[in-house]
Each structure stands twice: as structure tokens, then as C-alpha cells.
Design a protein around this ligand. Structure first.
Ligand code: GDP
Length: 534
């Protein structure tokens, strides 16, 4: 299985784009993202047997499940995207690193997708990381399909879970299926479009695709009894309260189709895939910095949404992951780097993708290209060929949650220290916050996940040879200060105003409580949330 094989050669990019579904899973750790990924791949016949990724014992800090999965299964995954064919479509599932890997990159991935699957644990509902990721989807207007997982074991009531989605994130739930039998006594689902019962047979550990039993309403009533009646009743209730599918509302990201299932038992995975094919948006012409959409069949263009730097100092490999927006990418083509106007050769795409997987010979809009030796490429950068030139809008900064003040322990290396900090800031490894009070010698680093600090420390010491001291600051809540004149009001004993690299003043608070206290004392203070903050 390879991207090249599914992409097909010399096809029309606009036509290829219509076949693409590029999405990411947004979820909280342990909701079942790895399990779902495998189950999707199993259904798409990328691999013949699921069940390799579950063990967490061998998990290493910065190695994602995907790399592990790739090693064990030999399927076509980069650390950024899994590509597989389903029906007539090519599906790109972009990884949203969680657990110890949760970082600003996780948010950035969402700038490269056309839709998202919100994966909820039936026993837990909406959890903090899901809410943060959803906030990014909302900000970008990304349509979301909801999959309620782990229905094979006891959990919450289906109606209650739907209410939670409506009330906490304001998305109107539109269940496409409805569970028959409460969680833990799962019999199957009522398919609301046909009114039929789709029952499931248990397979041991979900190692194979569960066989599907379809019954007409009459047959289901006879076979399933009270659980069926209850499901029908609840489904009617949903219809009466605006819960029927409305494609427009889904595309406008005001409502979400909902499916129920169990990733580990392969229940409902085929339905999810079918809905991705039928409903999920395909790549559209992307607007450039001036708001003009670039047609899908215009010459090649892409933007970088993630740059991964190897932690091994002996070879500083850097891979830039770019999402194709228009035209066809062919390995070896020379593209223009919009930020510098310089040519960039993609011949090394072969190295990473060719060696083991013979993947990226050709990519189309919606696909992800990994470029090695990409020292000049930064997150948000545009690459293109031909004329006219194009530049896509940069990727915004997201709400950091971890803050640390950093300085060098070797005064003789202060020049290298400043250069290193500047470089890490430009690359988006960490956000760098500054204030006159703290000065240039001790800026504040801000990150979504603590792993970003590890990477920053490592690179400062190994790449810039500037040994650093890092001290965590007791802040956890951040807001944008809307009115620069109000700095003095916001700079308090337990809050601090610092400027982001783009000039935006941020206020850091120790806690929600501190923020509310400050706002009570100064009701005139104008604060607004940073995307990704809860
Ligand atoms: P991730 O952290 O979101 O990637 O979650 P994993 O896929 O690693 O799953 C976390 C745990 O939940 C593992 O022990 C899985 O076997 C389990 N799990 C995942 N999906 C299901 C499901 O549908 N039912 C049940 N009972 N367990 C599940």
C-alpha cells in the first residue's frame, strides 16, 4: 500500500481533489484514537489484522503511536499522515499527537484538514483536550463528525451525551445511527436514514471486521424486542427536536452528525468511513493572503503545517510536512519558497518516503508531502511552482499552557543564546514572550505541551551551544490584552503582561480564579481568549 499507488499517475488535480478526504481525529488521550486509526485502516484493507498498537508499555516520550504502528505493521504512515483508499476515495488521516506529544503541532495539524472526527469515550463525554481541539475547529469553521466510542462497555446515556455536545460546544447533534441497547449491552444500531437495524456479531478483540446483520424494522422488533422499541422511540424524539441530518448545517459547522460504535470491536467503523466518503468536505480552492482562492488545477502549491526536527545531534534531520493545495506534486520538482523567493529542490522527498515505502512520487490537493533537509522551511511557509506566485496565510499562534523563563548559564554565549531563541521562535518550536521588565537575556518561553520545552532545551544546548537554565512560571491561563493602554491594570502581583513575537500583548494568570479576581477588580479590562484556550 503506498500513497503513490492510491494517487494514480498523471491525473487531473481537480479531479483527484474530488476523491480526497483529508481529516484528523480530535480526542482526549485514551478515548481510542489509535484503536480507531487501526480499525479504519483495517476496514480500508490497508492491513489485514488490527491489534498491534494498544500496548502503551513501550511508549517513548516523543515517538508517536504511528511510528510504532508503522514499524510493526509496515503500512504507509509518515509521522504526520496515514493514507489509504476506500471505495473510490483516497483518505488522508492526519495525526494529532496526544499524550506526551501534545504540543502546538497538534493544533497546527488542524489547519491542514478539511474535516475532523470528534472521538468521545461513551463513559466520559467531552474531555479537556477534545474541547481545546474543538475550539480550533470552531475557529476555522471545520465540519465535525462525532463518533461515540466504547459503546461495548457501560457508559453514559446516548441522549445525555448528545445534550452535552449541544450545551457545552453549541453543535447541534444529528445522530445518523442510534444505539440499540444501552452502552455495555450493545446490540447494534438503528440506521436512521433507512429505519433498519444493523446488528453486530462480536469478534474476538476486534481482530477482524465484524460481520453485519441487517434487519427490517419488523424483523428487528421480533428479534430484539424492548431495546428496539426504545431506540425507535428515542429516534422519533430526535426527529421532533431537530436531530435529523441537515447537510448545510454540517458544512456550516453548526451541527454534527453522530455515530455510535466500538473501535476495539470494529463496530460502526464501516459506517464512519462511508460517512467520511459521503459527507466530509473535499479540498476546496484555498484563499491566499489576499483572500483570492487558488484554483485546484492551478500549478502546484502547498503550505508547511509542521516541521519535525530530529533529536539526534549527529544528524540534524528536519522534515517539513506540507499540505498540497493546488496542482500535482511530483517528487524531484523544483518549487519556489514564497518567503525567500528561492528555489527549493524536492529530490530528497525520495529519501524519507522512497527508502522504505516508495510513497511520495506524486501527490494531489489534500495530500501531505514530507520534505527532508528542509532547513529553510518554517511552519506556515508556502511553496509553489509556476505563475502566478502564491502565498497562503500563516498559521496563527495558539493558547500556550506552560510557561518558563529561560536564560543562559554561560555569559560568554549570550549572543548564541539570543540567536538560538530567535530561531526557535521563528520555527515555532516554542512561542517566545518578552517584556521590558524581563529584558532580552531572560525571555519567557510558552508552549502548549511540555515536550516543546524539552526540544527547545535540547536544541539550545546541542545546536546553538548555549547552555540554558529554565525555570517554570506558575501561570496556566492566558488571554489577549485587547487594549495596550491597559497594561498597568493587567500587570499585577499574580499576573503578568508579555508580548508575543507578532506584537500581541498577552496576560498570563496563575489560575482561572486569579483571572476572575482581576476582572472583578477592573471590570473595564478588555481580555479575549486565545484560540485553543478553554
Ligand atoms: P488513544 O490514547 O486515544 O490513542 O487510545 P487507545 O486507542 O490507545 O485506547 C485506549 C484504551 O481504550 C485501550 O486500552 C483500548 O484498548 C481501549 N479502547 C479503545 N477503543 C475501545 C472500545 O471501543 N471499547 C473498549 N472497551 N475499549 C476501547
Amino acid at each position: 500500500m503506498s500513497a503513490g499507488a492510491t494517487a494514480g499517475r498523471a491525473a487531473d488535480p481537480a479531479q483527484e481533489a474530488r476523491r480526497r478526504r483529508t481529516f484528523a481525529v480530535i480526542s482526549h488521550p485514551d478515548a481510542g484514537k489509535s484503536t480507531l486509526t487501526e480499525a479504519l485502516a483495517l476496514h480500508a484493507k490497508v492491513i489485514s489484522e488490527a491489534g498491534a498498537v494498544h500496548g502503551k508499555a513501550g511508549r517513548r516520550g516523543v515517538v508517536s503511536d504511528w511510528l510504532e504502528m508503522e514499524r510493526t505493521r509496515g503500512i504507509s504512515i509518515t509521522s504526520a499522515a496515514l493514507q489509504f483508499a476506500y471505495e473510490d476515495c483516497v483518505i488522508n488521516l492526519l495525526d494529532t499527537p496526544g499524550h506526551a506529544d501534545f504540543s502546538e503541532d497538534t493544533y497546527r495539524v488542524l489547519s491542514a484538514v478539511d474535516s475532523a472526527v470528534m472521538l468521545l469515550d461513551a463513559a466520559k463525554g467531552l474531555e479537556p483536550q477534545t474541547l481545546k481541539l474543538f475550539d480550533v475547529c470552531r475557529h476555522r469553521g471545520i465540519p465535525v463528525i462525532t463518533f461515540i466510542n466504547k459503546w461495548d462497555r457501560p457508559g453514559r446515556d446516548a441522549l445525555e451525551l448528545c445534550d452535552e455536545v449541544q450545551e457545552r460546544i453549541g453543535l447541534r447533534p444529528m445522530p445518523l445511527t442510534w444505539p440499540v441497547g444501552e452502552s455495555g449491552r450493545f446490540r447494534g444500531v438503528l440506521e436512521r436514514s433507512s429505519g433498519e437495524f444493523v446488528g453486530y456479531e462480536r469478534t474476538s478483540g476486534g481482530a477482524a471486521i465484524a460481520s453485519e446483520q441487517r434487519l427490517s424494522p419488523g424483523e428487528a422488533r421480533a428479534e430484539v424486542g424492548a431495546d428496539w422499541d426504545r431506540a425507535v422511540e428515542e429516534s422519533d424524539l430526535l426527529s421532533a427536536s431537530g436531530g435529523d441530518f441537515d447537510a448545510e448545517a454540517f458544512h456550516a459547522a453548526t451541527a454534527t452528525p453522530v455515530l455510535f460504535g466500538s473501535a476495539v470491536r470494529n463496530f460502526g467503523i464501516g459506517q464512519l468511513l462511508q460517512q467520511l466518503v459521503a459527507l466530509a468536505p473535499r479540498p476546496e480552492p484555498r484563499p491566499d493572503v489576499r483572500g483570492r482562492p487558488r484554483e485546484l488545477d492551478a500549478p502546484f502549491s502547498a503550505f508547511v503545517f509542521k516541521v519535525q526536527t530530529g533529536m539526534d545531534p549527529s544528524h540534524r534531520d528536519r522534515v517539513a510536512f506540507a499540505r498540497v493545495c493546488s496542482g500535482a506534486f511530483e517528487r524531484g520538482m523544483v518549487v519556489t519558497h514564497a518567503a525567500t523567493g528561492k528555489p527549493f529542490s524536492t529530490k530528497y522527498a525520495q529519501h524519507v518516503f522512497g527508502q522504505q515505502r516508495d510513497t511520495l512520487d506524486l501527490a494531489n490537493p489534500g495530500d501531505v508531502v514530507g520534505l527532508v533537509n528542509a532547513t529553510a522551511l518554517r511552519v506556515g511557509d508556502t511553496l509553489y511552482t509556476g505563475k502566478p506566485a502564491v502565498e497562503y496565510p500563516g498559521i496563527p499562534s495558539f493558547a500556550p499552557e506552560h510557561f518558563a523563563v529561560v536564560s543562559t548559564t554561560d555569559p560568554g554565549r549570550s549572543k548564541q543564546f539570543r540567536r538560538g531563541i530567535e530561531q526557535l521562535s521563528q520555527e515555532g518550536v516554542v512561542q517566545v514572550l518578552r517584556s521590558d521588565k524581563r529584558g532580552d537575556a531572560s525571555p519567557v518561553l510558552a508552549a502548549v505541551g511540555p515536550m516543546q520545552f524539552e526540544v527547545a532545551m535540547h536544541r539550545m544546548e546541542n545546536e546553538f551551544r548555549a547552555p540554558v537554565r529554565m525555570e517554570q512560571l506558575p501561570y496556566s491561563v492566558v488571554r489577549v490584552l485587547e487594549d495596550d493602554q491597559q497594561r498597568a491594570l493587567a500587570d499585577g502581583r499574580r499576573s503578568e503582561v508579555l508580548d508575543r513575537a507578532d506584537g500581541t500583548p498577552l496576560v498570563l494568570f496563575a489560575s482561572e480564579h486569579e483571572m476572575r479576581t482581576t476582572q472583578r477588580l477592573h471590570p473595564e479590562l478588555k481580555l479575549s481568549p486565545v484560540v485553543g484556550a478553554q
